[in-house]
Design a binder for this molecule. Structure first.
Ligand SMILES: NC(=O)c1ccc[n+]([C@@H]2O[C@H](COP(=O)([O-])OP(=O)(O)OC[C@H]3O[C@@H](n4cnc5c(N)ncnc54)[C@H](OP(=O)(O)O)[C@@H]3O)[C@@H](O)[C@H]2O)c1
Length: 430
């Protein structure tokens, strides 16, 4: 067999630990598929004394992860520290400058600095691989960039954050409120102590920015992604959505329209019968629509030691075999320059839930405002009667522009008879 591929691993936490375990337990199958053994030669983490579940005594240890870039015995640097800046970014840049291919699971780094890092890799003709950065164990990067390479991709969408999907699933199944389910998810280890990156949609937006770059062959543009999280989703809206034939999911959606590329992350109502509506719990899913292939959906575990290590090893096998693809699917000079479309220009249907005083004329006021903004109603639902008290009123609209909806919503929220901030959820016909 030819010379082993010797890797240096920075970060021995969930993903790094999983990688060492996989490479040890599946060494033979990995070597067969890679055409040579893939061996860990050097490692770095903060705490040298921590038990990692695998022996490290024979490996070269570095306290400073950036020093791995200069390790003379290393063929490939694997960055599994995390964070868009700090040691992760310094290591990736140092490795590429030292002429070493890089594998990373770091979506934050790629979303924020991916355009510049990809330029660095391409200028040196070095592979930069990141299958684990999006949807964990789902081979979404490979599917989009290679499996569907013959298609013009019209749209890519997905459930890209397992924590949010878990919380929304438990809220629906047990009719419980967000704050309560989040607290429980934190106790069970499904949500971080500081959950904001997940529940405010930032993590999903990082992944969507990467998917959009691959789908549309353009440099990653995180700043162009519209981001909303799930904090304001209520058990009442989940139940009302169910009555109307929808499930509420946090989706990332990127599409090519005549005006350019739109990219957005926010809670969506998807028809109960849509395959993505049935992706529950911590599972992720990625849907891509190509002009020749039609619709493809991939589903699987989006996080955790095993699934993420599986994705990192797929990249390592590619590198061992000498397989290399341009970072965003096409050479830098051939990338697409279509403009980003702002959220105000989004066109779609909306669900609007108001808590209104049950008194004559309220509905007429609300529908009058919608009419003023050229928004036409699809359906209306009012549950129960309680004269003089608050009752929920649900309206669904036909397609209209986001800017019109926001203008109408501002006026509706200001009505005396509307007692709480209205709930607005976009309806997606996936
Ligand atoms: N967890 C997942 O399921 C998952 C899924 C997809 C992608 N990812 C991505 O994979 C990356 C790693 O995530 P993770 O969950 O494995 O993180 P983690 O469990 O927190 O592990 C981070 C590792 O980095 C090490 N580290 C942190 N700062 C360091 C420094 N200054 N110098 C050297 N080592 C340092 C830590 O060392 P100590 O162990 O000594 O503290 C730890 O081993 C992130 O980019 C994440 O977004 C994670």
């Amino acid at each position: 067999m030819t010379k082993p591929l010797s890797i240096a691993v920075a970060g021995l936490g969930t993903v790094g630990g999983g990688l060492l375990k996989l490479l040890s337990e599946n060494a033979e199958i990995v070597a067969a598929r890679a055409g040579r053994p893939v061996v860990v030669g050097a490692v770095s983490a903060r705490d040298r004394t921590r038990d990692r579940g695998v022996p490290l005594s024979t490996l070269r240890w570095y306290d400073d992860p950036v020093a791995l870039a200069a390790d003379p015995g290393t063929d490939v640097v694997v960055e599994l520290i995390g964070g868009s800046d700090g040691p992760a970014r310094a290591l990736v840049e140092a490795a590429l400058k030292a002429g070493k291919p890089v594998v990373t699971a770091n979506k934050a780094l790629l979303a924020v600095h991916g355009a510049a890092i990809a330029e660095l890799a391409e200028a040196r003709n070095l592979p930069l691989a990141f299958e684990a950065a999006v949807a964990g164990g789902i081979p979404a990067i490979k599917a989009l960039r290679e499996g569907l390479a013959g298609n013009r991709i019209r749209r890519v969408a997905g459930i890209l954050n397992g924590t949010c999907n878990y919380i929304l699933t438990v809220m629906r199944e047990h009719k419980r409120e967000f704050a309560e389910v989040l607290a429980e998810a934190q106790k069970l280890g499904y949500a971080e102590a500081d959950p904001s990156f997940d529940i405010d949609g930032v993590d999903a937006a990082h992944k969507l920015a990467i998917l959009a770059a691959l789908a549309f062959g353009r440099p990653v543009d995180f700043g162009a992604v519209h981001v909303e999280g799930i904090r304001e989703v209520s058990a009442l809206d989940i139940a009302l959505a169910e009555e109307l034939g929808y499930r509420i999911k946090l989706l990332g959606l990127a599409a090519r329209t005549e005006a350019g590329i739109s990219a957005r992350v926010h809670p969506c109502m998807v028809p109960t019968g849509a395959p993505i509506a049935r992706v529950d719990g911590v599972f992720n899913a990625v849907v891509a629509e190509g002009d020749f292939v039609g619709r493809v959906m991939l589903e699987g575990r989006g996080a955790g030691a095993g699934p993420t290590a599986s994705a990192v090893v797929a990249d390592l096998i590619d590198l061992a075999r000498g397989r290399q693809t341009p970072v965003w699917g096409a050479a830098a000079g051939l990338l697409d320059g279509a403009p980003a479309v702002p959220m105000e220009r989004h066109v779609g249907a909306y669900y609007l839930r108001l808590m209104v005083l049950d008194r004559p004329g309220v509905i007429a006021d609300v529908t009058g405002i919608l009419r003023d903004h050229a928004i036409s109603l699809e359906a209306m639902l009012q549950r129960g009667r309680a004269p003089g008290e608050a009752v929920p009123v649900v309206l669904t609209t036909h397609d209209c522009e986001e800017a019109q909806m926001r203008a109408a919503l501002g006026r509706i929220a200001a009505l005396d008879s509307v007692l709480e901030k209205p709930a607005l959820i976009r309806i997606e016909p996936l």
